[in-house]
Design a protein around this ligand. Structure first.
Ligand SMILES: *Cc1c(COP(=O)(O)O)cnc(C)c1O
Length: 383
């Protein structure tokens, strides 16, 4: 399909790179000069800066968001016989990690307006697992989906009452805040990702853990380096190779200097989309008293519209789109055998109707206007 030359990039990493080029070069050259490629000085500096950004006591950088989740769960000895509650409408990794560790994911439905995990359904799912008696409820992973915060006050209250460990999967929402506080300290532990397309992205894989606990931070540092003790060749526990490299830390330090401005720029686009598209289709409901990082801006198409046809029309108009996620996790071939069969109607519906529009900090109002004109035209044409 021909794409016109007015094409709006879905994400514009080259434009971002041009904005930070000199600072980035200087930091990368420093790594090339000292050659401490793994856990070099940039990694320690990044951990300090990220902890400060989130207002967290400790930040432990790791090799990816998936490894951050895995280390968080290994540290709690989550494994066989344990139930880990998580939303059915999220990225694969959230369910993959409990399964890798031998635990069982218990899928929870999401809120139809904010797309975040539904606390009322979580409560019912915990009761169901307790009634059945085959699994031990151990943890809940709240995912801050698309850039907005999950309902952490509700999730934390349920977890406290039920004796569950809380993990914040912040992979898509680093930089967002709830009740005036940056995400990173809402749960017992927080795991984030620096995959290149996340709000704060490296030039490769990367991730981080945030915790208020001195013991957990020490455990995470040990687990990311094969379970090492105080000396390098003392192995205290089974760990993994989960370290961040210095080049990624240098990239992230450079991007962190412009990150607050980028959050503002993303919010401007999201607000513009809300205003221009809110009458034509369903735009994401704002989580009250929060700010968002807008990794992804997804709308819901009306039920009577062919989504694939809308995507084709938009692409021909220079507007690329994406679908996060075309299949909820309980319907994935690899995971459905682990699903207890509970109905998850909201996740099913979102997977059928959701559509992500371009959003990034280098988008100007003309581009956002073009996206909205194209979306309104494509949807009206097919009504
Ligand atoms: C991206 C993502 C992850 C995994 O992060 P990686 O760095 O790609 O391993 C986990 N959870 C969610 C919700 C994500 O979007």
């Amino acid at each position: 399909m021909a794409v016109t030359k007015s094409a709006v990039p879905f994400l514009d990493l080259p434009a971002q790179q041009a904005r930070i080029r000199d600072d980035l070069r200087r930091r990368l050259d420093a790594v090339l000069a000292h050659c401490q490629f793994i856990l070099g000085p940039e990694v320690a500096e990044l951990e300090r800066e990220l902890a400060r950004f989130c207002g967290a006591k400790h930040c432990v950088s790791v090799s990816s968001g998936t490894d951050a989740l895995q280390i968080a769960m290994m540290a709690e000895n989550i494994g066989r016989g344990d139930a880990v509650f998580l939303p059915a409408f999220t990225y694969t990794a959230t369910a993959e990690v409990p399964l890798v560790l031998g635990a069982t994911p218990v899928f929870v439905d999401v809120d139809p307006r904010t797309f975040q995990i539904d606390p009322a359904h979580l409560r019912r799912r915990i009761a169901e697992v307790r009634a059945k008696g085959t699994l031990r409820p151990r943890a809940v992973i709240g995912v801050d989906l698309f850039g907005q915060p999950a309902d952490w006050p509700a999730l934390s209250a349920i977890a406290l009452a039920e004796g569950l460990f809380t993990i914040d999967d912040l992979a898509q929402s680093f930089g967002a805040s709830l009740h005036g506080r940056p995400l990173g300290t809402q749960a017992d532990t927080t795991a984030t990702s620096f995959f290149p397309s996340k709000p704060l992205g490296a030039y490769g894989d990367g991730g981080a853990l945030f915790t208020e606990s001195d013991e957990r931070a020490a455990l995470y540092r040990s687990l990311r380096t094969h379970g090492e003790g105080t000396t390098r060749y003392e192995v205290l526990r089974t760990g993994m190779n989960g370290r961040l490299d210095s080049i990624q830390a240098a990239v992230l330090l450079s991007k962190l200097t412009v990150f607050p401005d980028e959050l503002i720029a993303r919010e401007k686009i999201a607000t513009y989309y809300d205003q221009r598209l809110g009458n034509t289709l369903t735009v994401p409901a704002r989580v009250p008293d929060s700010t968002a990082a807008w990794a992804i801006y997804s709308v819901l198409l009306p039920d009577d519209i062919d989504r694939a046809a809308v995507q084709d029309t938009l692409l021909a108009d220079g507007v690329p789109t994406a679908i996060y996620y075309p299949r909820p996790l309980h319907r994935q071939p690899a995971y459905r055998e682990h699903h207890d069969g509970a109905a998850l109607p909201v996740s099913d519906h979102l997977a059928d109707r959701i559509l992500a529009l371009p959003i990034h900090p280098d988008m100007d109002e003309a581009a956002a206007c073009h996206v909205c004109d194209a979306v309104v035209a494509a949807v009206s044409r097919r009504k």
